[in-house]
Design a protein around this ligand. Structure first.
Ligand code: OOG
Ligand code: MG
Length: 266
């Protein structure tokens, strides 16, 4: 089996397949860069895109993108100081109220995020936070469940990008609000584990304003000839550090105007 997991430098398809297999078999592994030390960021995005193609080929539907490492709290925790972009598919939706499917997860962590639902197509270059926000139809609270395929969440930026930024699941809050009249820099979140407050932040933690993260995504996609499409979701990145979701525990994110989202640890 160990031999079957070998990744040869330059073999993006194989790297993608190995990461998807780690996810399927719920088995953490060492970083890809240990086997492929010259894997750079463009190469990592190629692995990530290849993994998306493999997900789509097995029937998953593309539903949007997620930003990673957009807040200082997340960047400090992971020791990485630049944001990343990754893909969301319908297989990553955890319906509100459903407990975490623990048997499918290695070491899940939860993080509160502000989520946009696009009303219009959006692609760079030149997208600003203001133009980005005008393309948004609704804003939701969300909790992302991340689950790195790497042991101890230990990785370089290239590893994490190849691993679709530790994507696993996300829960969308039930309240969807028009961005007009919302002050997302001041939108606050209180994160609680089993009813105990553990962290808090405002939308300003995410690149100064979550719409800056959205603009970043649109510009990065535009550079690759891609775009955000109407109806797609954009997770703008963890506002606080992520917290472990232990069996039997529950995590709740209460937002000031976007409502609350909870996840039971299963
Ligand atoms: C990388 C995923 C980052 C976020 O919101 O910052 C991410 C990780 O922390 O494992 O989803
Ligand atoms: Mg996240």
């Amino acid at each position: 089996m160990a031999e079957a997991l070998e990744i040869r430098p330059g073999d993006t398809r194989r790297a993608a397949a190995v990461l998807l297999e780690a996810e399927r078999s719920v088995t953490a592994r060492g970083p890809i860069t240990a086997q492929w030390p010259t894997l750079d960021l463009p190469g990592a995005y190629t692995v990530q895109y290849e993994a998306l193609q493999q997900r789509l080929a097995r029937g998953e539907k593309l539903i949007g993108v997620k930003l990673g490492l957009t807040s200082r709290a997340k960047q400090l925790r992971m020791g990485i100081d630049s944001p990343s972009l990754a893909w969301l598919t319908d297989a990553m939706v955890l319906p509100a109220g459903e407990p975490l499917p623990r048997e499918r997860l290695i070491h899940p962590r939860a993080e509160p995020e502000i989520v946009f639902v696009m009303g219009e197509r959006l692609a760079g270059p030149g997208v600003t936070a203001a133009t980005a926000l005008r393309a948004v139809e609704r804003v939701h609270a969300g909790i992302e469940i991340i689950d790195s395929r790497f042991q101890d969440f230990s990785f370089t930026l290239a590893d994490a990008v190849a691993d679709n930024s530790s994507s696993a699941l996300f829960v969308l809050g039930p309240v969807g609000r028009s961005p007009e009249g919302l002050d997302l820099a001041h939108e606050a979140v209180l994160l609680e584990v089993d009813g105990e407050p553990v962290d808090s932040a405002t939308g300003a933690a995410v690149q100064g304003h979550p719409a800056e993260a959205l603009a970043l995504a649109a510009n990065a996609l535009g550079e690759r000839g891609l775009a955000l499409e109407p109806g797609q979701l954009v997770l703008t990145g963890g506002m606080t550090d992520a917290v472990h979701v232990r069996p039997g525990s529950s995590v709740r994110a209460s937002f000031s105007t976007l409502g609350a989202v909870s996840v039971a640890g299963g």
